[in-house]
Design a protein around this ligand. Structure first.
Ligand SMILES: Nc1ncnc2c1ncn2[C@@H]1O[C@H](COP(=O)(O)OP(=O)(O)OP(=O)(O)O)[C@@H](O)[C@H]1O
Ligand SMILES: [Mg+2]
Length: 316
């Protein structure tokens, strides 16, 4: 463009003054285009931030008030009661008059088709949401009277989408704990069948994962979140499809170590695979907001019920 203007001056078609003016105008136009493109990038970033703010706003506040009067010196033994629970989202009922008693140290498998309310049950027990009707009791004390913060320290909940810190493998396994013995961390890594993988990394336990480091697959994330349990001594364990992304061989290995860990721990295992539930004390089948059947793995396999057969065939 500048060459063309110079050529026009040489031919006498334009004066130096008008060229200087054109050059000034051109640089303003260029600035303007640059500002517009910057603005659109900024708008995109703002939109992403705003979306996060809206998402946060959509999250419900803690449904239980955590005041000083709450029972907070109660050490949980792990008995869980869901009594006549009704709950729904936006006026659409999910659980209706749902009752389930879990004894201290008992393991219960929860099965049911997608969307029946399995995760909702786990969230109700964690006090993330509160029932519209009925009561949840821990060791016979209503959840509404227990200090939730203290309660949650005794519960380990692996959600369907495990959360990973943008930090080292060690930090991810040990977060919230002080002075964890190196050997114990390696043992936890071994228990979830990740020993070979972590040993193969240059920085081993100090390898950063997430945005600033290596990326983990869905199954590896699940293993990492399961490894966290081995360093803690929960009284209640909630596993929401915790091994769903693992291949059968890994799941079998993790399952074996779980069995040791589960001794004396009240466990609620939401699962999609029959193999995950062969060892639990009681399996509960949910449909239409309530329990339609329950029993041991063998007992349920013998049922001729069409719905149970359908659920079995969809979770094997
Ligand atoms: N935050 C929410 N807002 C509105 N509806 C929700 C919310 N969470 C869950 N639901 C709805 O409630 C019902 C039960 O959901 P839930 O996540 O408990 O099902 P699930 O049994 O865990 O399913 P899956 O096996 O797919 O994990 C579904 O119909 C779901 O769409
Ligand atoms: Mg779920």
């Amino acid at each position: 463009m500048y060459g063309y203007l110079g050529y026009k001056v040489l031919l006498g078609h334009s004066s130096i003054g008008s060229v200087i003016m054109m050059v000034g105008l051109l640089s303003q136009v260029r600035n303007f285009i640059w500002q517009v493109s910057r603005f659109s990038i900024m708008m995109h970033e703002y939109k992403t931030h705003l979306k996060r703010v809206y998402e946060l706003e959509e999250l419900q506040d803690e449904p239980y008030i955590n005041n000083e009067d709450k029972i907070n010196d109660h050490s949980i033994s792990g008995e869980v009661d869901f009594e006549n629970i009704s709950f729904g989202y936006n006026g659409i009922p999910v659980l209706k008059d749902f009752t389930l008693k879990i004894k201290k140290g008992q393991s219960v498998g929860i099965v049911g088709l997608s969307g029946v309310g399995k995760t909702t049950l786990a969230n109700l027990l964690m006090g993330i949401i509160a029932p519209m009707e009925g009561e949840i009791r821990i060791d016979n004390i209503p959840l509404s009277q227990i200090n939730l913060e203290k309660f949650r320290q005794s519960v380990f909940y692996i959600t369907q989408q495990p959360y990973m810190l943008n930090d080292t493998i060690r930090a991810n396994i040990c977060y919230g704990l002080d002075d964890v013995d190196e050997k114990e961390v390696w043992k936890a890594v071994e228990n979830v069948d990740m020993l070979e993988f972590v040993k193969g990394l240059k920085e081993q336990l100090d390898t950063v994962i997430g945005e600033r480091g290596i990326q983990l697959s869905g199954g590896q994330k699940q293993r990492m979140s399961i490894a966290r349990i081995f360093l803690r001594k929960p009284k209640i364990l909630i596993l929401d499809e915790a091994t769903a992304s693992l291949d059968l061989e890994s799941e079998y290995k993790v399952q074996k170590t779980f069995e040791k860990l589960q001794k004396g721990v009240t466990s609620i295992i939401i699962a999609h695979r029959l193999a995950t539930l062969t060892k639990v004390d009681n399996i509960v089948v949910i449909k239409d907001g309530g329990i339609i059947e329950q029993g041991s793995h063998m007992e349920l396999l013998q049922k001729k019920d069409i719905i149970i057969n359908f659920i079995w065939s969809s979770i094997i």
